[in-house]
Design a protein around this ligand. Structure first.
Ligand code: FAD
Length: 341
């Protein structure tokens, strides 16, 4: 059969990394990315981009750990290469601090990040409101540069990218053999997934180059993540709130909470605000389907619903989606050789 034509819908971190994994595992495919928005206008652009996984109740822990490990290994290699500054990837050390000792003192990802250990009493003195803490080194993506780096790699391999809003995946059946749905929160409307809901997040980007370590309150709500040029201050988690407008009272609240964790931030300047809708679901939808209408078939692979942790697991889920695309291709080749008999 001719080279399979694959459309990836979505150009956030999930769509771009999935397209790249498909090209890497199936070089004979013709891959096109279709998206109504590209960087800098995706949810992925608003993210803080730190690699600390969020536990998803509907996915076995060993699978979440594997996705995280694959992502960590991939980005660690980039951070250790000449590509690091263009890709916006760097190692970062810091602390996750808790007001009370958490049930799980050692999280499932502790042996994937580097140098994980409990904080010493001397370190905890920096955080008088907290009684327990974990110190480790992880990775951080500066999100817009990383998305542009992924786009550049895709273009270099001949992947086409078009701005297009897809109303229904079926509309692509006459042009493509396989459609990969990486629409993030857009999948709520695109495939009518009622289990997918937004968790609104507002963050601030500030100039505070003296802040070098990440600090995350264990409740996950307040965090300080230094990037290459700007420090991200967070955040909020507002379930089923679809508003993309920044809220000034929330901006003040985030700033105050972060100054309480790291008082030197009171001198931070040049505050900008970003809002994004985390595509949340009880588990990532990583699934292969065959759609059929009037005897015409379309292979569909879903890869969306990464919630608060898309950057932390993107490479792992992209590899799995590419494997599912490989299964679709094997199915297509099987049916085309049966048709010739
Ligand atoms: P998106 O980035 O939303 O991409 C979806 C793409 O699909 C877009 O290009 C969109 O235009 C396109 N699309 C949608 N519908 C259609 C359609 N009908 N037709 C065509 N195109 C369509 N994760 C971490 O791991 N670490 C963090 O530190 C972190 N911080 C975060 C902070 C905030 C404030 C927020 C909001 C999120 C954070 N996340 C973090 C989560 C992370 O941002 C998401 O999990 C991730 O960005 C989801 O990526 P995505 O590609 O699925 O979605």
């Amino acid at each position: 059969m001719a080279a399979p034509k694959v459309a990836v819908v979505g150009a956030g971190v999930i769509g771009l990394s999935t397209a790249l994994c498909i090209v890497e595992t199936c070089p004979s495919c013709s891959v096109t990315v279709l998206s109504d928005q590209f960087s800098p206008n995706t949810t992925s652009d608003a993210a803080a981009g730190i690699l600390i996984p969020h536990t998803s109740p509907g996915t076995p822990i060993h699978v979440q750990k594997q996705w995280f490990k694959e992502t960590f290994t991939y980005l660690l290699a980039i951070s250790n290469s000449a590509e690091a500054s263009e890709a916006g990837i760097h190692l970062i050390s810091g602390w996750q601090v808790f007001k009370n000792t958490p049930k799980e003192e050692i999280p499932f990802w502790s042996d994937v990040v580097l140098g994980f250990r409990s904080m010493s009493e001397a370190e905890l003195q920096k955080f008088p409101q907290h009684r327990f803490g974990q110190a480790f080194t992880t990775l951080k993506c500066d999100c817009p540069p990383y998305l542009l780096w992924l786009e550049k790699r895709l273009k270099a391999t001949g992947v086409q990218m078009y701005t297009r809003k897809v109303a229904d995946l079926w509309e692509l059946h006459s042009e493509y053999n396989i459609v990969v749905n990486c629409a993030g929160i857009g999948a709520h409307q695109l495939v009518g997934d009622e289990k997918l809901f937004p968790v609104r997040g507002q963050v601030l980007k500030v100039h505070a180059p003296w802040v070098k370590n990440f600090i995350r309150d264990g409740d996950g709500l307040t965090y300080i993540y230094p990037g290459i040029h700007r420090v991200t201050l967070g955040g909020t988690r507002e379930k089923k709130n679809w508003s993309l407008s920044p809220d000034p009272s929330t901006t003040k609240d985030i700033f105050d909470r972060c100054c309480s964790l790291e008082p030197s931030l009171c001198g931070a300047q040049d505050v900008t605000v970003k809002v994004g809708l985390r595509p949340s679901r009880w588990c990532v939808r990583l699934q292969r389907e065959v759609w059929s209408q009037g005897g015409v078939k379309l292979s569909v692979v879903h890869n969306y619903g990464h919630g608060a942790g898309g950057f932390s697991i993107h490479r792992g889920t992209a590899k799995e989606a590419a494997r599912l695309v490989g299964e679709c291709i094997a199915g297509l080749q099987g049916s085309s050789s049966r048709a010739k008999l």
